[in-house]
Design a protein around this ligand. Sequence first.
Ligand code: SAM
Length: 250
Amino acid sequence: QALLYIVATPIGNLSDMVPRAVEVLQCADLVAAEDTRHSQRLFSHFAIDTPLIAYHDHSDEKRTEQILQRLESGQTVALISDAGTPLISDPGYRLVREARRRGIRVVPIPGPCALIAALSAAGLPSDRFSFEGFLPAKPVARQKALHTLASESRTMVFYEAPHRVVETLETMVAVFGGDREAVIARELTKAFETFHSAPLSELAAWVGDDSNQQRGEIVLLVRGAERRRGDEEVDAEAERVMKLLLGELP
Ligand code: SAM
């Protein structure tokens, strides 16, 4: 039976590779990888010699079709990205969607994911959160995106490139206000893993003053907006009206 495995791989520390991921990659007929040269290192470490094929965001429909055809001929294919969980700010959506549409079984092999690792140790409310991925690269678009999040009450999680982190934090100060609690989670699972929590204006200054904090891989987390007093009453009223309206329906 055709099987497409979506396999998470380490985000830095190779010991985080889960045993089932190794097994699946070893046994698959083909592994689709974002960057085959990058994944070759993972493969050598775990003595995996399954053929690799490139699959990235710029892969054309022909490449997606090629992989789907292998699946439809009964082969097992595994999808990995450079690091972490595929599809989480990484390629794979088109392939998974099309595979499912064609009735191919898609099986996740869970494992490392920077957003979950950051959230689990940041000390911000975590019952509900909003994963925002990468903000737009252009300043105006970035500012606009942040504006739409100004009253978001859940913890927000962002991926950010090191060369943009200071500017992003400064924009966050301007949009969310300097008092909002935020956390930078950097180089997770690696030698220089750092968590630093502070009000946004202090965090922006701390990162801005130390170029070491502007290196490597970064997750930014921002506490959600305080719910305005009275919001609960508004919600209760809305619910009451909704019930009344629903009661009127035939
Ligand atoms: N699919 C990956 C995952 O599951 O986390 C994310 C891929 S995305 C292209 C890469 C971004 O994830 C980085 O720019 C950074 O924001 C974040 N990231 C990945 N590894 C990280 C790490 N070890 N520490 C902190 N952030 C990391």
